[in-house]
Design a protein around this ligand. Structure first.
Ligand code: GLN
Length: 189
């Protein structure tokens, strides 16, 4: 199984290592040809306005969006969650426009801009997952096929919609690979 990792900006290596620990192959995506033959795609964290512009400049925005519509499994962390969303509150920045979610960027305020916490994520089993948030967004609403997988104080922090998975936190910064494992199950379907 070969998983592409969007390599324009952000925590690319950490996702690679997680995928490799799980026994799959990881390949960096820098231009449209790199998308040929991948079984899934990861959109790492970074800065969503910058990555959105680079997606356009590298001719990747439309090809990735089309593949997502056709069912390619795509997993977005943090910035990736923003790029997957159809709605970004108060912003017309470029996006892939795939998930029926409403996203609030930089939503935790200054004090809480970055934090870590153990959270129960039912789809990952009983053991809590150590979540790392870095100037994170959250989803304030899901509709249609989009489903919340983790919610705290009314903020949705992880969601899925068929082939699409989004997390507001950074599972690649821990050694717990259960979120990546959950994503790889979508890639095998
Ligand atoms: N605040 C960033 C954005 O809006 C996301 C931060 C991250 O990916 N860690 O794109």
């Amino acid at each position: 199984m070969k998983i592409g990792i969007l390599a324009l900006q952000g925590a690319i290596r950490e996702h690679r290592w997680a995928i490799e620990r799980l026994g799959a192959e990881a390949t960096n995506i820098l231009d449209p040809e790199d998308l040929n033959g991948i079984d899934g795609l990861i959109l790492p964290g970074g800065e969503s306005t910058a990555i959105g512009k680079l997606l356009i400049r590298y001719n990747l925005l439309n090809p990735i969006s089309e593949l997502g519509k056709k069912g390619l499994p795509i997993f977005g962390t943090c910035t990736g969650l923003i790029l997957l969303s159809k709605n970004i509150n108060g912003s017309d920045q470029p996006r892939l426009n795939l998930m029926d979610t409403y996203v609030e960027r930089n939503a935790f305020g200054r004090q809480l801009a970055s934090f870590e916490a153990d959270m129960n994520i039912p789809v990952l089993g009983n053991e809590p997952f150590h979540t790392v948030f870095i100037r994170a967004p959250y989803i304030d609403r899901v509709e249609n096929e989009a489903k919340s997988l983790l919610e705290l104080d009314g903020k949705i922090l992880m969601a899925e919609q068929n082939n699409l998975l989004a997390a507001a936190f950074h599972p690649e910064l821990t050694r717990d690979d259960r979120v990546h494992e959950y994503f790889l199950k979508k890639c095998k379907l």
